[in-house]
Design a protein around this ligand. Structure first.
Ligand code: SF4
Length: 365
């Protein structure tokens, strides 16, 4: 049974999917490092946060093979910034050749190699990103890296121009709440296929933003259903944000045992009962009362936070693809200098692939 099949209060009461111990969607975190330092980052990522990056390329391949053997056909590469993993492209190709039907890369898009774009275009790879404002200054204030907006927008345009499916999430906090509508319009006009907004959640640096310690009710609740996240140290969690509730480690336990294990079953049950059900039950009750047929598409404000990749539906925020960028669309402002902290004296010493900031300066001209 899937969410879309649950359309009434009676069916919700009898649901028992969480006991089926399935794996439908896999998040693979390729690093905890990131070249940005967003104020709300739920993984507490930054240029020097990779001390728990333990998994090798062989480990990641093994996890994907095991996931496919369990029938998993949807996955997302995420981080940190997943493209900072030196094996990123090889893993992307491996995911495709292993037969994953849905592959998404959740990236801040401040870097993007031409080869990646070409491969994604040829193989139906999707991209998702977070955008905090239509205005560069507002976005950069949240990422804490000057010109990150310009680079993300330039690469977003490149993906759209190549015909690649794109998705953007606007994470709402006090400092950008007044520009959410403009940002949605801006992204839809740019040609982003799916735009959603979601609240900041009390995980990682989000704890400080909200002055709230991590708690189960801070999850969106979707992860009760067949999802699993593997972090760069091998730890498995029911969701990318649910780091307080580990359910095993792939370096010690086969993936099948984790997926079918009591720990995951138990936390899925708790998330279902205490987080997901209270959020959707009133809506389903209303639909029952008015005899309306409908799916359990959750309201937009319940979409997962920053880097959730499960493609939950928020149809009201989607628009047909628009390939043409309007003539009056302001062009992203180019960086005047390397926006990162390395400021190489001459460009020949700049090694983007080795640099934790990974600014790929040649992309911004
Ligand atoms: S929210 Fe995403 S882009 Fe921002 S620092 Fe964290 S991992 Fe990087």
């Amino acid at each position: 049974m899937h969410l879309g099949e649950v359309s009434s209060w009676s069916s919700i009461q009898s649901i028992s999917l969480m006991r089926e111990r399935t794996l439908d969607f896999l998040w693979l975190e390729l690093t905890n490092r990131c070249n940005l330092q967003c104020v709300h980052c739920y993984t507490d990522s930054g240029p020097h946060s990779g001390d728990r990056d333990i998994l090798t390329i062989d480990d990641y391949v093994s996890i994907m093979v095991q996931a496919r053997a369990l029938g998993c056909s949807k996955m997302q590469f995420i981080g940190g910034e997943p493209q900072l993993n030196i094996d990123f492209r090889e893993l992307l190709v491996k995911a495709k050749t292993l037969g994953f039907e849905f592959i998404e890369v959740f990236s801040n898009l401040t870097r993007l190699a031409d080869e990646t774009v070409q491969y994604a275009a040829d193989n139906g790879i999707c991209f998702a990103t977070s955008v905090y404002s239509n205005e560069a200054s507002g976005h950069d204030a949240i990422t804490r890296v000057k010109s990150s907006h310009a680079r993300t927008m330039a690469n977003l345009k490149m993906l759209i121009g190549a015909g690649i499916e794109t998705r953007a999430a606007i994470i709402v906090m006090d400092r950008n709440k007044d520009t959410v509508c403009q940002t949605k319009d801006f992204l839809l006009r740019l040609g982003v296929r799916h735009v959603s907004s979601g609240e900041t959640r009390e995980f990682g640096r989000g704890e400080q933003i909200l002055a709230q310690k991590a708690r189960l009710s801070g999850l969106c609740g979707h992860c009760w259903s067949g999802k699993l996240c593997i972090a760069p140290d091998g730890e498995a969690y029911p969701c990318v944000m649910a780091r307080q509730w580990p359910v095993g480690n792939v370096l010690e336990t086969p993936l099948a045992e984790i997926v079918r294990g009591r720990q995951l079953e138990r936390i899925r049950q708790v998330i279902f009962d205490e987080v997901w059900l209270p959020k959707v039950a009133p809506k389903v009750r209303r639909e029952d009362e008015t005899l309306l047929e409908g799916s359990l598409c959750p309201p937009a404000e319940q979409t997962c936070g920053p880097d959730s990749g499960a493609p939950d539906c928020a149809p009201e925020l989607s628009s047909p693809r628009q390939r043409e960028v309007p003539a009056d669309e302001p062009e992203p402002q180019p960086a005047e200098e390397c926006p990162q902290s390395c400021t190489p004296i001459d460009e020949s010493t700049c090694e983007p692939m080795a640099c934790p900031q990974s600014c790929l300066p040649n992309r911004v001209e």
